[in-house]
Design a protein around this ligand. Structure first.
Ligand code: DHB
Ligand code: FE
Length: 287
């Protein structure tokens, strides 16, 4: 059966893509941000996941304001990358895993999550930049991916509670997949940021740090917030935190923190990364 090795949650600010393309990782502006990633990469090198299930929001590349699925799951053999307007160099198509995609879709629908299924899907910076941060070197990534998009764009948004339940359901689906594969669950976006309007540039460090702690040891705490609470506390785009909540909820074993890093600001955003190890065997041993 498949096992869930753990989770990596990270910001996906588009400017990261240009910093990588222009080799600016050691510039004074960027170094404090990129310094957060080597310990996560070292852990991934040990864990060697085969597949990454990635929760994120599509930023208008597949779905726009006229048609907006609350949750959509990719089920394609590969996903082409395109730039929805940030000027980031595109990468070659990302490999999919249709077997796991359809298993997750069937499990979700059986669990009463009536998701949109996408046999063709483009992927934007919110999927490719996190992979580029984990495995630098230009796009030959060692994982197949299952993209799961969540609507953080147009109200009504799903709630943190619903996002948590989605993550739990995806976690159960992965654990019941009859393949000997190691799965990494990723959540991308956040932390606090607001890109426009009166509060453009809004960042709430105490709230972000509380979330980073809660995601390790008490993730249910975050389900007490409504989507509008998140807008208030974390900014209009801080609602991307729900992708982190979903990723965390997929972990059902003993969860320990591998590494976390927080740096303000990167572009308009509180840049953060959190890596969590999931030990299912520890739970089985304790039972
Ligand atoms: C920024 C952050 C995002 O999450 C995003 O999708 C686009 C831009 C930013 O801070 O610039
Ligand atoms: Fe975003």
């Amino acid at each position: 059966m498949a096992t869930i090795a753990g989770s990596v949650m990270t910001s996906h600010v588009p400017a990261i893509g240009n910093a990588i393309a222009k080799h600016r990782e050691s510039d004074p502006y960027w170094k404090p941000f990129f310094d957060g990633y080597p310990p996560v990469r070292a852990w991934l090198d040990r864990v060697k996941p085969d597949v990454a299930v990635v929760f994120y929001q599509d930023h208008g590349l597949n779905f726009f304001l006229d048609k907006m699925p609350t949750f959509a799951v990719g089920a394609a053999p590969e996903y082409r990358n395109a730039d929805e307007g940030w000027g980031i160099p595109t990468v070659k198509p990302v490999r999919g895993d249709p077997g796991l995609s359809w298993h997750i879709i069937e499990s979700l629908v059986a669990d009463e999550f009536d998701v949109t299924t996408c046999q063709e899907m483009k992927v934007d910076h919110a999927l490719t930049l996190p992979l580029a941060l984990m495995w630098p070197g230009g796009g030959d990534w060692p994982v197949r991916v299952v993209p799961i998009t969540m609507n953080h764009v147009q109200h009504p948004l799903p709630s943190p509670k619903r996002s948590y339940k989605l993550g739990e359901s995806v976690g159960r689906a992965i654990r019941s997949w009859d393949e000997d594969a190691r799965v990494l669950v990723m959540g991308t976006g956040g932390l606090s940021h607001q890109l426009d309007g009166e509060r453009a540039g809004f960042i709430n460090k105490p709230f972000d740090l509380m979330c980073l702690d809660a995601l390790v040891s008490d993730p249910q705490k975050l389900t007490r917030y409504s989507a509008l609470d998140l807008v208030r506390e974390a900014g209009a785009q801080g609602t991307e935190l729900m992708a982190w909540i979903a990723a965390r909820a997929a972990l059902t074993g003993r969860v320990t923190k591998v590494h976390s890093h927080y740096h303000v600001p990167i572009s308009n955003t509180a840049g953060a990364v959190l890596a969590l190890q999931n030990d299912e065997a520890a739970i089985a041993r304790a039972a």
